[in-house]
Unconditional design. Structure first.
Length: 308
C-alpha cells in the first residue's frame, strides 16, 4: 500500500487506533488519513486504488476495532469538517462536529435539536446510524447530507437515499459524509438549555458516564429507543433482558457489563477487543437461552482478530 495518492492532509502508516476509540482498544490501521478539506478528500478517494478498502471513522464512540487492526485506509475528519451554520430553522453541521456541540449551538439560536445533547459522537455517525434517544431520531429532523463517494464524487443524499431505520441507514460502504442539514423546531433558548441540563443529569444518574464505554451495546429488541418518560415500558429493553439473564456486572478479562446499566459494555481496565466482543457474544448467547430473544449489536465491530 505504498502507492497512495498525494494529499494536502495527513497520512500516517500503521497507526494504532486504540487511543481513537472510547473503549481504548484496537490494533493499527494500515493508514490513517486526515484530509485537509472536502476537495482533498474527494481527490484522494478519486485517485485511490479500488483494491484498497476505506473505512470512515468518527470519534470512535460506537466502535470496537479488533486487536489485529484494519487492513484499510481509515479516514478521520477533523477541523476542516466541524463547522456549524444556522439559517432560519436549518442547521448545517460538518460531519466532525460533535452532536453535543450542535445541540448547544442550535439552542443558542432558539432551535430544538436537544435530543443530540446526550448522544456521544459526531454528526457523521449520527446520520450513518440514525442516532437517537428519548424517542427522537436523527431521521426526524434530517433534510439532506453531502458525501464523497468511494470514487471521489460529491453527492447530495436525501432521506429516501439513506432509507433510515432503527440504528441504521443505507449509506454505501466507503462513502464519507462531510456535512448534514437538519430542520429544527423553534423554542426559547433558556428552556432548551434547561431541558438539556435535565437530560444530562438523568443520563449521569442511569448510565456509567465516567467509565470507558461505547454507549448502548445492543439495540432494543422492540426496535425503538427509550422515550425517557415515566410511562415508558421496560418489557423489551435490552438492559432488562440482560439483567433477567443474570448478566449485570458479568466479566471477561478486563471487560464488564456495567453494574449501573447492564446494556453498557465497559473497559474496566486492561480489556482487549477480544475480551469486549467475547463478553458481548456470551451475553447474546445467554439472553437467547434465557428468553428466546436475539440481541443485535448496536456497537460496530471492525477489523481482524489478533493472530494467535
Amino acid at each position: 500500500m505504498s502507492d497512495l495518492p498525494k494529499t494536502r492532509g495527513k497520512l500516517t502508516p500503521d497507526r494504532p487506533l486504540c487511543d481513537l476509540t472510547w473503549l481504548r482498544v484496537g490494533g493499527p490501521a494500515d493508514w490513517l488519513f486526515q484530509p485537509a478539506d472536502g476537495d482533498d478528500l474527494a481527490q484522494f478517494l478519486g485517485q485511490l486504488s479500488r483494491d484498497i478498502a476505506v473505512f470512515p471513522m468518527g470519534v470512535g464512540s460506537n466502535l470496537i476495532v479488533r486487536d489485529g487492526g484494519l487492513r484499510a485506509v481509515v479516514i478521520r475528519l477533523g477541523r476542516g469538517f466541524n463547522s456549524i451554520e444556522i439559517e432560519g430553522t436549518r442547521v448545517t453541521a460538518g460531519a466532525a462536529a460533535l452532536d453535543a456541540h450542535v445541540a448547544r449551538k442550535a439552542a443558542d439560536a432558539g432551535l430544538d435539536l436537544t435530543f443530540l445533547r446526550t448522544i456521544p459522537g459526531a454528526i457523521g455517525g449520527a446520520v450513518r446510524m440514525n442516532a437517537g434517544c428519548y424517542g427522537h431520531y436523527t431521521a426526524d429532523h434530517f433534510v439532506s447530507a453531502e458525501a464523497v463517494t468511494r470514487e471521489g464524487k460529491r453527492v447530495t443524499l436525501t432521506a429516501q437515499d439513506l432509507n433510515f431505520q432503527y440504528r441504521q441507514s443505507d449509506l454505501p460502504v466507503g462513502w464519507v459524509i462531510t456535512h448534514a442539514t437538519f430542520d429544527a423546531p423553534k423554542g426559547a433558548p433558556e428552556e432548551l438549555h434547561a431541558r438539556m441540563v435535565a437530560q444530562l443529569a438523568k443520563r449521569d444518574e442511569t448510565q456509567p458516564t465516567k467509565e470507558r464505554s461505547a454507549g448502548s451495546t445492543f439495540r432494543n429488541p422492540a426496535g425503538f429507543s427509550s422515550t425517557g418518560r415515566a410511562d415508558d415500558v421496560h418489557d423489551l429493553k435490552a438492559w432488562k433482558v440482560i439483567d433477567e439473564a443474570g448478566l449485570r456486572g458479568a466479566r471477561r478479562g478486563g471487560a464488564q457489563m456495567s453494574e449501573k446499566h447492564p446494556n453498557f459494555l465497559i473497559n474496566a481496565g486492561g480489556a482487549t477487543a477480544a475480551d469486549l466482543e467475547g463478553l458481548g457474544e456470551e451475553v447474546r448467547k445467554r439472553v437467547f437461552q434465557n428468553s428466546g430473544i436475539e440481541l443485535h449489536w448496536e456497537i460496530m465491530r471492525v477489523g481482524e482478530t489478533a493472530p494467535n
